[in-house]
Design a protein around this ligand. Structure first.
Ligand code: FRU
Length: 910
């Protein structure tokens, strides 16, 4: 590219050099004083000469006999930086200093035909005007034989030619005393002025023999003026210039208008030759006098022929010159085109060379690129192969890890049932044996280690469930405060043993909220275990339950702080990483806190650890979701701060005995594992009547046949499994009111979800703390009891509908209510009719009514009749009317029943 630019640059210089060569070498300025035939002829001669020389450019200006204009013309030419100036000064005086200046400044000046009053000019060319004047004088003397009156009509008074011509003429004439100049007038070289002066002369005298007019043009005017008076024929007219051509000097001689004219040569060609010599520094003469001669009748004819020929020749030369010029222009144009084409061809060649070079360079580059591409592809392939190897390796590793985890999980599942069966009976044994006996201590050791094993096993299973994305949330409304307190009790022994100051504080807010009970239990248990692990003897652990709002989202916040050695920054950053262990504490699987974090995040909550001044704090935030039930019970909210200090005076809380428990509750245990059945039976045998079934089918059958209050069922069983059993129970109107608790060794959430979808009322995974199971079952029974109580009093009111016990039971009660209300005045309405209407046996119907409403069918019918009677009594009807209207056979019996039911007389209703 650089080469290309350089070449273009060189070519442009050459072209501009060439263009310079086309310009004329010299520029010559010409300032003519007049516009007339004489000047035209001279200009033509100069142009022809310049054209012949080819290197002279002429700029010709004419000032039209106006001296001021001539001065400005000359300035213009000087501004154009002409190489030489040719001029005829119009007048001597004003032009002399201007010409001197130009000459002094170094521009050569040629004076033509007229002179100035100074030597400061380069050269003069023209005829000798004095000499012409003398020749005219001599000619006049001859013509008049030395005697006669003469009139002289002169050119411009200030011009040198006029002055010199007069002086020459006068010098001759004055020698002849009989020759008198009778009139002199200035006609300024113009024809009209010539005529005017002639008029004056004619008017001044009657005797004029000869008129000397200083040029032929003025002579023409004078002659014509004299002719007007017919006086021309008696007068000799003499002129100067002797120009060829029609009506000019020679012609006027031939026409007898002039006696003679004196040749005043124009000499344009010679002037240019002189200028060239000056410019080219050749030898030249300062004074160049052109010859003159008289033209009269003796030579005019031959001169005319000669000059005509010359004019013809000249016009041919002009034509030729024009043709040559045209040819020259053509030639120049063609030469220019040739140059242009050559330049373009050179440019094209350079471009071609450049393109070829670029092409080669590109080809080279392409080859290089191709090579490097090949190299890159090779490297890419190697990388891909490497990546594939790595992928295969990581897949193998992943598979191995999965296999390991799966193996550990399977083993953990297998371990859990036997561990449960060790842990449970040990609990029972511990409760029954006496603490001071030797065996008691051994049982404690067994219990402690079994619990550790169970916890590890459970963590592995839970962790696996999260790793395989099978962990799901099962939100249910629970009292968080109440559960945290229950779980605190599990650490009572450690509190007492290590003399730990343990405090639990809960802030005032609605504690009934939605969370996954088992997962929060796991979170809390792990964090508390961790706190106890790091708290030395006589240390302190504090728990705070609070409610916070962050970015318009409410959270339950559980803050667990413990004293101890504290955690390093490194520990804080990694504490929730799986298998991370705090260095100073080597025991533990390193899964606990990772599991806690995963469980918290499953709740869409967050967890953080802070360690400051030996105080380690874990803060758990779980979204605070208030349950529907809570909103309904808004008036029962806690309104005071509760703080509990756990010390050695505390004992494990016993199930709440304030609620009236029906000891005739019947519990159906469905499990294919006989030992588990035995274990559960041993937990509840002193409280409830127990019925056992070894599979779901048997369990379902027993549920139909017996008045069952609650079912505890395993999930994995032959024939009908726990989920199916639950579904069948919840879909059957006869038994759908029975609460079902699913109990299994498998804690996979998918199964839990299935369990809840089947309508299970609770899902408890093994291993379970027997006391916690006991409390759960008791609370469920209490709940049923409360609902029954509520229903017995509000069966006719709309509040029944909001309890939402079970859709089948809801539908049954609603249908039953409507059925009775439609037949309210029918005294014969009986239980048999109703039970058959609902497709149930009398016994089944009785059991159903008792289970839902805590009332027998007859009591239920009576309650509806009595509730309806209140409505009618309010319309103002009397008691007897109302009694019959609601199906009582006698008003007295109605009054008795009414009083028993409402503790009021019907007459008191208004
Ligand atoms: C032309 C002219 C001639 C005359 C000469 C004198 O301009 O008037 O006729 O001979 O100038 O300078």
């Amino acid at each position: 590219m650089r080469l290309f630019i350089q070449s273009v640059f060189l070519i442009l210089i050459s072209v501009s050099y060439y263009s310079c060569q086309q310009k004329s070498k010299y520029v010559i300025g010409v300032s003519q004083c007049s516009v007339d035939e004489w000047r035209d002829k001279m200009n033509m001669e100069m142009l022809n000469e310049a054209a012949l020389s080819q290197n002279i450019e002429l700029i010709i200006l004419s000032s039209n006999d106006d001296t001021k204009k001539q001065i400005s013309d000359i300035k213009y030419l000087i501004d154009q930086k002409v190489d030489l100036l040719i001029l005829t000064p119009n007048e001597i005086a004003p032009m002399t200093p201007i010409i001197e200046n130009i000459y002094d400044s170094g521009t050569p000046v040629i004076l033509v035909d007229r002179k100035i009053d100074s030597d400061k000019f380069t050269a003069f060319i023209g005829a000798d005007n004095y000499q012409i004047g003398t020749e005219v004088g001599r000619y006049a003397v001859n013509l008049l034989n030395g005697k006669g009156n003469i009139v002289e009509i002169k050119g411009l008074t200030g011009s040198s030619s006029a002055i010199e011509r007069h002086r020459g003429f006068y010098d001759i004439v004055e020698k002849y005393p009989n020759m008198k100049i009778v009139f002199e007038g200035d006609a300024g070289w113009f024809k009209t002025e010539g005529a005017l002066q002639m008029r004056k002369a004619l008017n001044s005298t009657d005797s004029i023999d000869l008129v000397f007019v200083q040029n032929d043009r003025m002579a023409k005017g004078a002659f014509e003026e004299a002719t007007k008076e017919d006086r021309a024929k008696n007068i000799y007219f003499l002129g100067i210039d002797g120009l060829p051509g029609p009506g000019e000097g020679i012609d006027m001689v031939l026409q007898n208008k002039l006696e003679a004219t004196f040749l005043y040569p124009t000499g344009g060609d010679k002037t240019i030759q002189l200028a060239t010599d000056i410019l080219e520094k050749k030898y030249f003469k300062k004074e160049n006098i052109l010859p003159t001669s008289v033209i009269d009748k003796t030579n005019a004819k031959i001169l005319k022929l000669q000059t005509d020929q010359i004019v013809e020749q000249q016009s041919k030369i002009v034509l030729l010159n024009q043709r040559i010029n045209k040819q020259l222009e053509k030639y120049i144009a063609q030469r220019n085109i040739t140059y242009l084409i050559s330049v373009l061809a050179i440019l094209f060649c350079i471009l071609l060379i450049g393109l070829l070079k670029a092409y080669h360079a590109k080809k080279k580059l392409n080859n290089k690129l191709h090579d490097s591409n090949l190299e890159i592809i090779k490297q890419k392939n190697e990388l891909e192969a490497h990546q594939l190897q790595l992928l295969a390796l990581s897949k193998q590793l992943e598979e191995a890890t999965h296999a390991k985890l799966a193996f550990f999980t399977d083993i953990s599942h297998d371990f859990r049932t036997p561990l449960t069966l060790i842990s449970g009976p040990v609990d029972l044994l511990l409760e029954t044996s006496e603490p001071h006996k030797e065996g008691y201590k051994w049982l404690k050791i067994i219990k402690k280690n079994v619990d550790i094993l169970l916890r590890l096993v459970n963590q592995i299973i839970e962790f696996r469930s999260i790793e395989t994305n099978n962990a799901k949330l099962s939100l249910s409304p629970n009292n968080i405060d109440s559960y945290l307190k229950d779980w605190n009790l599990l650490f009572l022994q450690m509190i007492q043993k290590n003399k730990i100051e343990f405090s639990y504080q809960s802030e005032y807010f609605e504690h009934m909220c939605m969370f996954d009970l088992e997962k929060v239990e796991r979170i809390y248990f792990n964090l508390l275990s961790n706190a106890f692990k790091f708290t030395g003897r006589e240390g302190s652990i504090s728990v705070l339950l609070s409610r916070i709002v962050e970015e318009e989202q409410a959270y339950i916040q559980i803050t667990i702080s413990n004293t101890g050695q504290g955690l390093s920054d490194d520990d804080i950053n990694n504490i929730f990483e799986r298998f991370y262990r705090v260095e100073s504490h080597v025991t533990g699987s390193g899964i606990g806190l990772a599991l806690v974090k995963a469980l918290v995040e499953l709740h869409e909550g967050c967890i953080a650890a802070i360690s400051k001044n030996d105080l380690t704090t874990f803060i758990v935030k779980l979204p605070y979701i208030v349950s529907r039930q809570t909103i309904d019970k808004a008036d029962t909210r806690i309104t005071s701060l509760e703080q509990v200090h756990y010390d050695d005076k505390l004992t494990i809380q016993q199930p709440d005995s304030s609620t009236e428990i029906d000891s005739n509750y019947t519990l159906l245990i469905v499990d294919d594992n006989e030992e588990i059945r035995y274990y559960i039976r041993s937990i509840f045998k002193n409280k409830y009547h127990i019925i056992e079934a070894s599979d779901g089918e048997e369990g379902l059958h027993l549920a139909y046949e017996n008045n069952i209050d609650i079912i505890i069922s395993d999930v994995m069983m032959p024939k009908i499994d726990g989920v199916e059993l639950c579904t069948k129970i919840k879909e059957d109107i006869r038994v759908c009111h029975i609460p079902v608790v699913l109990l299994t060794a498998c804690s996979l959430d998918e199964q839990r979800i299935k369990g809840f979808e089947s309508g299970a009322d609770a899902y408890i995974s093994k291993p379970f703390n027997p006391r916690i199971l006991e409390v759960r079952i008791q609370k469920m029974l209490e709940n049923r009891q409360k609902i029954k109580k509520h229903l017995s009093g509000n069966i006719l009111t709309e509040s029944y509908n909001t309890l939402n016990i079970n859709t089948l039971d809801d539908a049954l009660i609603l249908k039953l209510k409507n059925y009775i209300l439609e037949r309210i005045s029918d005294t014969n309405l009986n239980v048999e009719d109703i039970s058959s209407e609902f497709g149930l046996s009398r016994a089944q119907f009785y059991r159903k009514m008792k289970a839902i409403t805590n009332q027998g069918p007859n009591e239920f019918i009576r309650a509806i009749r009595l509730n309806k009677s209140v409505e009618i009594l309010r319309t103002g009807k009397n008691v007897s009317e109302v009694a019959y209207e609601v199906g009582f056979t006698s008003p007295a019996y109605f009054t008795k029943c009414f009083k028993e039911f409402f503790h009021k007389n019907p007459s008191e209703i208004s």
